[in-house]
Design a protein. Structure first.
Ligand code: JFZ
Length: 450
């Protein structure tokens, strides 16, 4: 049989398919995998570990030399989890309106909160808690339909087989000099991750500390491939040297919309990640809700952090914030979950988002308006204005609606005192068609029609 060009190509294609590595995900497949995340909007982050005595910062205290490693690690004697009530934690999280939660399974200090077989430093083996505190949390969270995320520090500073680049003293060792020693550490990280992945198949991993080594050194690609091989839908944050699924903007809520389609801002509830005895500088529910709607309006999520105490109790101030979040997100659910990024700033004094069909413009008012709220540059016409979470409709009027001008008239919506929410009032502007905007800088009118 002679092979013509066609059959050569066909044969080549068949060979290629047989030997090609697992096919890369298409953008549609990724969008499907990210679906729950893009609708979640709010997650609750939990920093819990031996630092939850409140006496030191999480891990950084010994790294930066504020306390010795020994004194820092002694805090494990106070990690009792005596009042730990995972059902209560899960209730508070679910009631806050969060659709996912991310808990520290291990911070940079290496203290594992689950019953790890791969190492000796854990809540089970090295603290009076004497038990796996992740297992019951995972169960209670899932019972309530909340997605489960694991924070995992790639860094493990105290380990002798770990080496880092920023330590105050001499560098422990160079990977190039002792590749087997580093490999031993990498094997340990893999073993721990395999335990977490196989036991709980979490919905999300929140890696941290990637800045100390390259993707090659961490084996980032292999880590993600390993996790996906038995947990294919899992979502991975960005802090794993280039192999993550979404962006984590630094230092708070971004000012302009991030380029990444999926992103999340993590935020402290006061000024600390873990519980601190000396930090009572709590952000108010109003401030934190503004951050939430700011994230929603820019197309991202807010991951709000709480820091329970070493005994498992959650400080009252933190509980109060979660409860107020619950009241507000419950009342305004329509304008929280099934929304996408809003319109650019400048059209209205407030944050905005859009319904998925683009026909409703949500306006979040972080202030009490005087008389009316002005909305300009809307080419599509308003059909109705509602106050979300109530059955109230609002009156509006339009000025300067000149039929032959491409510059649309300006809307003024009456917002009476009685319509206001204690925190953030949300207006729903139902439009006659999907929102279209005028984005110009004005037009010179050459004649008047009157
Ligand atoms: C890391 C940790 O070092 C810290 O202790 C805490 O767990 C926090 C959530 O994550 O610190 C970072 C790292 C990167 C950024 C912020 C805090 N960042 O990119 O904005």
């Amino acid at each position: 049989m002679t092979m013509n060009l066609k059959s050569v190509i066909l044969f080549g294609l068949l060979l290629g398919t047989a030997f090609a590595p697992a096919r890369a995900e298409t953008p549609e497949q990724k969008a499907e995998r990210m679906e729950w995340f893009s609708r979640a909007k709010l997650g609750i982050f939990i920093h819990w570990g031996i630092y939850s005595t409140g006496k030191t910062s999480e891990s950084w205290a010994f790294h930066n030399g504020y306390v010795s490693l020994d004194d820092y690690m002694k805090q494990r004697e106070e990690f009792t989890a005596a009042e730990y009530d995972p059902a209560l934690w899960a209730d508070l999280i679910a009631q806050s309106g969060a659709r996912y939660t991310v808990i520290t399974t291990k911070h940079h200090d290496g203290f594992a909160l689950w019953d790890t077989k791969a190492g000796d430093v854990s809540a089970v083996k090295s603290s009076p808690a004497g038990r796996d505190v992740i297992a019951p949390f995972a169960e209670e969270v899932r019972k309530r339909g909340v997605r489960l995320g694991f924070y995992f520090s790639l860094i493990d500073w105290p380990r002798e087989d770990y080496t880092d680049i920023y330590r105050a003293g001499p560098v422990r060792y160079k990977i190039a000099d002792e590749p087997e020693r580093w490999q031993h550490f990498v094997d340990f990280n893999f073993a721990q991750l395999r335990e977490l992945n196989e036991t709980w198949k979490p919905d999300l991993y929140w890696f941290d500390g990637d800045w100390e080594h390259s993707a090659e050194e961490w084996r980032s690609k292999e880590i993600v491939d390993m996790l996906r091989s038995t947990n294919p839908g899992v979502i991975v944050n960005s802090r794993i040297q280039g192999y993550g699924d979404y962006a984590t903007p630094e230092l708070g809520v971004p000012v302009v919309r991030p380029e990444s389609e999926w992103w999340e801002t993590c935020m402290t509830i006061n000024n600390s990640w873990g519980y601190r005895l000396d930090d009572d500088d709590y952000k108010s529910p109003h401030t934190l809700l503004c951050m939430l709607v700011d994230c929603i309006g820019l197309g991202g999520n807010l991951l709000l952090d709480i820091g329970p105490r070493a005994d498992g109790t959650i400080p009252d101030e933190q509980v109060a914030v979660l409860k107020e979040f619950g009241r507000w997100t419950g009342k305004h659910a329509e304008a929280v979950y099934d929304t996408r990024a809003g319109i650019p700033a400048g059209h209205v004094a407030g944050y905005t988002s859009l319904s998925l069909d683009g026909k409703t413009l949500y306006v979040y008012l972080p202030y009490r308006p005087t008389e009316s709220v002005e909305v300009k540059g809307l080419k599509s016409r308003i059909a109705r204005v509602r106050v979300v979470g109530t059955d109230r409709e609002l009156a509006w009027k339009q000025y300067n609606d000149i039929s032959w001008s491409e510059v649309p008239g300006v809307y003024y919506i009456d917002v009476p005192e009685e319509a206001l929410d204690e925190q953030i009032t949300v207006l729903a502007l139902d439009m006659e068609e999907p929102v279209r905007l005028y984005r110009g800088s004005g037009q010179i009118l050459s004649f008047n029609e009157y």
